[in-house]
Write a protein that binds this ligand. Structure first.
Ligand code: SF4
Length: 234
């Protein structure tokens, strides 16, 4: 499939996603309310623990029946930088941790070799906390059921920058149906927090040539964080 055909397929798929929201009586996603400069929770770790407690042994959507573990996300509750992906895969479901499979190893390389940060310094999570069967795409009712928990996680941590990983991570944060191939390379905002959409590490495993795009995006992240950018002139 050519790149143009892929873009068209992407647009059509997202048109269907938005139509399906309407058809089940759910309003189409609107732009997130501005939330500029909201302070992070006084005690982000306690705020995150409260979110986890509220989540409980969640049965709010149909994914509960096929999961082994709820993958809440992990990292530094006071992180300046968050990564948001789509949903746990098989390894994550088994270990109860986000991004621990092959794609997770690549994400670790992006953080440690690219950004020169420790994985433990950032927060890593997903829109859905339970694995969809056969790693299929999230369905609208699942996103609607689970997203309040990610919203509360972001409010607890209040990072300076969020990286949206792949189509679902980027689109959810920016409240857009534009394909990831169009939104990556631009800086957006989610409730006053800068958002950098980029390719999902799983995509990079299949398309290593796209790593150069991710490196450009990570340089943008470093600039937004006020950290040194390798190769940049002062
Ligand atoms: S995906 Fe989210 S809403 Fe659905 S059962 Fe899991 S934790 Fe609950």
């Amino acid at each position: 499939m050519s790149e143009q055909e892929e873009l068209l397929a992407d647009l059509l798929a997202h048109g269907r996603f938005l139509e399906s929201l309407s058809s089940v009586g759910v309003p189409r996603p609107a732009a997130a309310p501005a939330h500029p400069g909201a302070p992070r929770a006084e005690d982000p770790a306690a705020a995150l623990a409260a979110v986890r407690e509220t989540l409980g042994d969640c049965h709010r959507c149909k994914l509960w029946s096929g999961r082994r573990t709820i993958v809440f996300g992990q990292g530094d509750p006071q992180a300046e930088l968050m990564f948001v992906g789509e949903a746990p895969g098989a390894d994550e479901d088994e270990q109860g941790l986000a991004f621990v499979g092959r794609a997770g190893q690549l994400l670790t390389d992006i953080i440690e070799k690219g950004l020169k940060m420790k994985r433990s310094q950032v927060w890593i999570g997903n829109i859905l906390k339970c694995r969809p069967p056969q790693n299929r795409n999230p369905e609208p009712d699942e996103v609607l059921s689970c997203q309040p928990f990610l919203e509360r996680q972001i409010d607890a941590i209040r990072p300076r920058v969020i990286v949206g990983l792949g189509k679902f991570g980027g689109q959810w944060l920016l409240k857009t149906a534009e394909p990831i191939s169009r939104i990556r390379g631009r800086v957006g905002e989610y409730r006053g927090v800068k958002v950098v959409p980029t390719w999902h590490p799983a995509y990079l495993l299949r398309n290593p040539a796209a790593k150069k795009d991710v490196w450009e995006d990570m340089k943008t992240v470093l600039r937004l964080l006020g950290r040194p950018v390798p190769g940049a002139r002062d």
